[in-house]
Design a protein around this ligand. Structure first.
Ligand SMILES: CC(C)CC(=O)SCCNC(=O)CCNC(=O)[C@H](O)C(C)(C)COP(=O)(O)OP(=O)(O)OC[C@H]1O[C@@H](n2cnc3c(N)ncnc32)[C@H](O)[C@@H]1OP(=O)(O)O
Ligand SMILES: O=C(O)CCC(=O)C(=O)O
Length: 326
């Protein structure tokens, strides 16, 4: 039965891959320009030579650092993720290691357990139901890997400043890491869609810190301090099930949810088992290491010797292939 289901899903994915042009797989941006450059497979650096993506899709990812695949995750799966998220919010399940985060504006208030009070659940690797997301054949068809996991729902100050995900990762090379982010409902500028700066994955990792936002900013939501203000931004308007894959150096963020409703998404990061850990001491990532280690000490009473690498070794899970370095 499970095999039949996986085969059916694969058909959907193959259907997507049969589409003729990158235009068909890119969510309609509401602003900004995106480039579809003409260059040769020999010049490709960010995609693999394995017939998974069409030439057009590869060119698009190489040039822009992201690629949206429409309608990738089935409604039934999204409904299951929603149900599990609601159970977590009502405290009916408490998966090991899960971080449940409230928005900074209500972080010190009393609260009744409900999904309205929760901005994000993170590290759901021990929650079988949510972790299914990271093992969906539709996703793994694209990325052979080890992963981390996230379930953000945008509200108020939960917008994400412009950042590069690599800031949080003590592993390299960056080209063997990718984020998959799936819209769980219609997501537009109105309810806080992702905004990306196409092509910025070709740059280097920039220093990050807290933005000086009125009303405060959530714990560890660091942003780039000196990005080019005038660089074109693209707002990714996405429908339920649409999934964007993006490079960890791509500068991106998310906007404010101005509606009364939710803005739910589920995401995870995949890193190739060929990645290796690095020591971030002496780099711009030292500030995030200090914060993450500080929280680990607070919650788990960890010894001083714990570093960012140890914490990621604890979080990462093998989802496909054989473990080598991670
Ligand atoms: C690539 C990817 C990784 C990109 C990203 O996702 S970047 C964002 C990463 N963000 C995170 O990792 C945040 C993880 N969150 C957490 O670890 C937790 O939710 C904490 C912020 C530590 C709060 O833990 P919790 O168990 O809820 O503890 P408490 O309710 O007792 O609060 C402890 C102290 O933390 C404060 N707090 C809680 N939520 C937030 C917030 N959203 N922003 C800022 N401060 C917050 C809370 O006010 C309390 O402060 P004190 O009373 O100790 O002064
Ligand atoms: O979902 C969001 O609001 C932003 C997510 C994001 O930027 C990230 O996880 O890196």
């Amino acid at each position: 039965m499970e095999q039949l289901r996986a085969a059916a899903r694969l058909q959907i994915v193959l259907g997507h891959l049969g589409r003729p042009s990158a235009g068909a797989v890119v969510a309609h941006p509401t602003s900004g320009t995106i480039s579809s450059a003409s260059f040769h497979p020999q010049q490709f650096q960010y995609t693999l030579d394995n017939n998974v993506l069409t030439l057009e899709q590869r060119k698009f990812y190489e040039e822009n650092g992201f690629l949206v695949i429409k309608n990738l995750v089935p409604d039934a799966d999204i409904q299951r993720f929603r149900n599990e998220f609601e159970k977590i919010c009502r405290k009916e399940v408490k998966p090991l290691g899960l971080t449940v985060m409230r928005d900074v504006t209500i972080s010190k208030s009393e609260y009744a357990p409900s999904e309205k009070m929760i901005t994000k659940v993170q590290d759901f690797q021990e929650d079988k139901e949510l972790f299914r997301y990271c093992t969906l054949p539709e996703l793994l068809y694209f990325v052979p890997v080890v992963n981390t996991s996230d379930f953000p729902q945008g509200k108020k100050t939960s917008r994400h400043p412009l950042h590069q995900d690599l800031h949080y990762f003590p592993f390299r090379p960056s080209d063997l890491i990718v984020c998959a982010w799936t819209a769980m409902e219609h997501i537009s500028r109105n309810n806080g869609c992702l905004v990306v700066l196409p092509g910025t994955h070709k740059g280097s990792l920039k220093p990050h810190d807290y933005p000086k936002w009125e009303g405060g900013v959530n714990k560890m939501f660091h942003g780039i301090q000196d990005y080019e203000e005038n660089k074109a931004r693209v707002h990714l308007v996405m429908e339920k099930g649409d999934t964007v894959f993006f490079h960890p150096l791509l500068i991106h963020g998310s906007g404010q949810n101005k509606t009364q409703g939710f803005r739910k998404a589920i995401s995870c990061h995949f890193a190739s088992a060929d990645c290796h850990y690095i020591d971030v001491k002496g780099t711009s990532q030292e500030n995030i290491e200090k914060e993450v280690v500080g929280i680990a000490h607070k919650f788990f009473g960890a010894e001083n010797s714990v570093n960012l690498k140890d914490i990621w070794m604890f979080r990462a899970r093998l989802v496909k292939g054989e473990r080598t370095n991670l």
